[in-house]
Design a protein around this ligand. Structure first.
Ligand SMILES: [Zn+2]
Length: 415
């Protein structure tokens, strides 16, 4: 069987034929070069307007990288024709296996992008003897194609989250759809009012007016934009962010007290960080003993910890009214604790009381933990794609793994 028989089986083109295959070692590695030719009498298609036109001339043969076989790189070699197009002027022709100036065939980009979702970009490059940069190009192409071809609406529920992508307060704004469809809708640079407004500009007022619930943290710019753009929606402050703030407060208390006790010659708070932050069920045996020991001391840290643990009950309520009463009582008790970071939590809870209680009003539609789950996936994705911690790379990697974007249809499944 000839190589071109196989190629015709997996990827056949109407107006082009596979001619011959030969070995080549000019790039320092053994490669297969398959020459492609236009069928006799076929007219080239203008890459500008996608209409056929008369041929103008033929350029030097170009190579397009195809999917490797048996760890041997495969290239198509084809001399592109130029079209004398009536509307666009002289333009290079459009070919079905590649797009624009790409030297990778579309199917090879799809192949690499597929693996770049399962492996890190670096691992993908190493596995297929290619470069990080080509994997980047592949993901970029597939993501751009997907964004262009996806359907944005209708959207009934969204969650907005911020995430740090590089050192020095470099944040991204991520907007997820969290109704029947769970996917990343949008990635914005920074976490300002202007950033989040761009998301609403992208979806347009028609889609925005149908949003029924919004989940966010307490970041002021987000609250402001939600009030303006989604006034009809039920706005919920996400549990995950409140729990995270509470943990930060306990950790601040511990850190400060640890410094003081250490200065006084005691090491009681050494290595206690995770005992105090983890849920009790997740503690190791060692941590559990450490915690039990610690609870016997009259420390600010212990009091803050107990308040935090008590607050867990809040999430078990069904009725917003009862939850509200619990919240008020917890706040009163905590204000008397004279522990500044915890009092700060109280002030935060009090000033967002209604939005927090919306958690109980929206419980039937928003599954708790959904934003936390997405946030974790986003973090894993960011770790896997680097490379370079630029906004563009991060944005592409996030859309690629969490966007549930459509992909160009293919006849033969190469992966
Ligand atoms: Zn044209």
């Amino acid at each position: 069987m000839q190589l071109k028989t196989i190629l015709n089986r997996v990827q056949k083109f109407k107006s082009f034929v596979y001619e011959s295959a030969r070995w080549d070692e000019t790039i320092g590695r053994l490669c297969l070069i398959v020459t492609v030719a236009a069928r006799a009498n076929s007219r080239p298609i203008c890459s500008g307007c996608e209409k056929t036109g008369p041929g103008y001339d033929t350029m030097k043969p170009r190579r397009f990288e195809f999917i490797p076989v048996w760890n041997i790189p495969v290239f198509f070699e084809y001399a592109m024709r130029r079209v004398d197009c009536r509307s666009c002027g002289v333009r290079v022709e459009k070919v079905p296996w590649a797009s624009g100036k790409h030297t990778l065939t579309t199917i090879y980009m799809q192949f690499l992008a597929h693996w770049a979702r399962k492996l890190s970009w670096k691992e993908t490059a190493v596995s297929f003897h290619t470069t990080w940069d080509k994997v980047y190009q592949a993901v970029q192409y597939i993501v751009e194609w997907g964004l262009k071809h996806r359907e944005v609406g209708p959207i009934f529920g969204i969650g907005v989250d911020e995430i740090q992508y590089a050192r020095g307060h470099k944040y991204l704004t991520l907007v997820y759809q969290i109704d029947d469809l769970t996917r990343l809708l949008w990635v914005g640079q920074e976490r300002t009012v202007e950033t989040f407004e761009k998301f609403f500009a992208m979806i347009g007022p028609e889609v925005a007016s149908k949003i029924e619930f919004v989940c966010s943290d307490m970041w002021k710019p987000y609250l402001k934009v939600i009030r303006e753009k989604c006034s009809q929606a039920l706005h919920v402050l996400d549990r995950f962010h409140i729990v995270a703030k509470m943990n930060d407060a306990v950790d601040d208390v511990r850190a400060e007290e640890a410094r003081k006790t250490k200065a006084a010659g005691h090491e009681i708070l050494k290595h206690t960080r995770w005992c105090l932050l983890k849920r009790q069920v997740n503690l190791t045996d060692d941590q559990r003993f450490r915690l039990r020991d610690l609870l016997g001391y009259n420390l600010k840290t212990v009091r803050a910890y107990l308040l935090k643990e008590l607050f867990q009950q809040f999430w078990d309520y069904n009725s917003p009214a009862w939850a509200g009463m619990f919240l008020d009582e917890w706040c009163r008790q905590t204000m008397r604790s004279r522990i500044e970071p915890m009092k700060k939590i109280v002030r935060m809870l009090r000033s967002h009381r209604e939005l927090i209680l919306n958690y109980f009003r929206a419980r039937k539609v928003i599954s708790s933990g959904i934003i936390e789950g997405l946030n974790n996936k986003a973090k894993v994705t960011m770790r896997k794609s680097y490379g370079f911690r630029t906004f563009r790379v991060t944005e592409l990697a996030l859309y690629h793994t969490l966007g549930k974007l459509p992909e160009p249809e293919i006849g033969h499944k190469f992966y």
